[in-house]
Design a protein around this ligand. Structure first.
Ligand SMILES: Nc1ncnc2c1ncn2[C@@H]1O[C@H](COP(=O)(O)OP(=O)(O)O)[C@@H](O)[C@H]1O
Ligand SMILES: [Mg+2]
Length: 369
């Protein structure tokens, strides 16, 4: 069979850049041909933060950002392809996640809103685009999230060992893949980097705490940790998914208001411990021990990873690079796979994960012509 090129696009809740990957599915397995990260320009980043702020209700801002993100994502694809000698005509489809503005899976009429106009992407790249992956799952009564477990199962399952794929983005999610091929579940465990980034930025000029060095200088404040761990989200049963609608600055300020004069670094260390503990608590809920493979930007936060290693068994933890996929590209690769599933009429949600009534072909098709 000839090359089966797909592009995956992802920009997560951290808003740290647009990840673009060119993937060949010729063998059925994803083979990464090229990767590219498109920076989000400052003016758009400011608007997106404003729009992602739960108190903002400006539809013009929404419409403009939708179009601006469409152009941004289109540029990411065009720049990605420039790195290669593969032309737009050779790419079968783009799978675009979009930028999440609101994820509200528990309303009377639940919805999850990702922007980044796919018509603009298709027109500006000349490539058919598949987007809006979460909406049909929600229409089927599901959370619309997380979507990556189906990809994790398709690509990372192993008949000898139970595996956990842990993605530490702004929010953390896990996928449990039983070696029996039947036991599969996954959900958002809670915060990943989001609280760490928010608190770090209040006291430092960089965007995030490089390697978690600042957090490593602090000491965990146990009463604050205990208080945060009591949040209902952590005791809820899955299916469940969350976002910055819950784990945001007001959430943190509310907890902090019960304490006086904590050192900023101690708060950072406590947030790191919160992320580590809420992740490891979920992984150790099962009686069997799984091999844990980590992806997402949180993998580069040494302080956070050391805390996870102390809570789990060190020897059971690795990067998804061990399984052949570089950790910072796994999510974008997943969206190239979701486009691949759409084009090949394959279902791509896991009802056991999202709670949807049935498996379905996810995505909406936006032809280039
Ligand atoms: N070298 C690093 N040291 C510490 N944290 C890092 C490093 N690299 C990335 N990160 C963290 O990872 C986040 C981005 O992770 P990513 O997987 O792209 O999240 P999302 O899917 O939400 O966009 C950054 O905001 C930062 O918190
Ligand atoms: Mg990112």
């Amino acid at each position: 069979m000839s090359h089966q090129y797909y592009v995956g696009l992802m920009s997560g809740t951290s808003m740290d850049g647009v990840d673009a990957v060119l993937v060949d599915f010729q063998s059925g397995q994803p083979c990464v041909v090229a990767t590219y990260e498109e920076a989000i320009p400052e003016f758009l980043l400011e608007k997106l933060h404003l729009l992602a702020n739960p108190t903002t209700e400006d539809i013009i801002l929404l419409g403009e950002c939708d179009r601006a993100c469409g152009e941004l994502f289109g540029n990411a694809v065009n720049n990605l392809l420039k790195q290669t000698n593969i032309s737009a005509e050779e790419v079968i489809a783009i799978g675009s996640h979009g930028q999440t503005i609101r994820h509200m899976p528990n309303l009377t009429y639940p919805f999850s809103l990702q922007i980044g106009d796919a018509c603009t992407i298709a027109v500006n790249t000349g490539i058919d685009t598949v987007a809006d992956f979460r909406r049909k799952d929600i229409a089927l009564g599901g959370q619309g999230a997380p979507l990556v477990p189906a990809f994790h199962q398709a690509i990372f399952s192993n008949s000898e060992h139970d595996r956990v794929i842990l993605n530490i983005g702004g929010i953390s999610n896990i996928t449990w893949i039983g070696s029996d091929g039947i036991d599969i579940f996954g959900y958002d465990t809670g915060p990943g980097n989001t609280l760490l980034d928010l608190w770090y930025r209040q006291h430092n000029t960089n965007n995030y705490d490089e390697k978690g060095q600042w957090a490593a200088q602090g000491k965990v404040h146990q009463p604050l940790l205990d208080r945060m761990l009591k949040d209902n989200y952590f005791s809820q049963l899955f299916p469940k998914s969350t976002g910055r609608e819950l784990f945001n600055m007001p959430w943190l300020n509310n907890h902090l208001s019960h304490f006086t004069s904590l050192a900023p670094q101690d708060i950072q260390a406590t947030l790191s411990q919160l992320t580590a503990q809420t992740i490891s608590d979920e992984i150790t809920k099962k009686s069997t021990i799984a091999q844990v493979y980590i992806c997402g930007g949180g993998l580069f936060n040494d302080d956070l990873i050391n805390r996870i290693k102390r809570l789990l068994n060190d020897s059971t933890i690795d990067s998804t690079a061990k399984l052949g996929l570089e950790p910072q590209w796994v999510e974008a690769i997943a969206f190239s796979w979701l486009a691949y599933c759409f084009i090949n009429n394959k279902t791509s949600n896991l009802p056991s994960v999202t709670g949807a009534r049935k498996a379905a072909i996810l995505g909406v098709f936006y032809p280039a012509n």
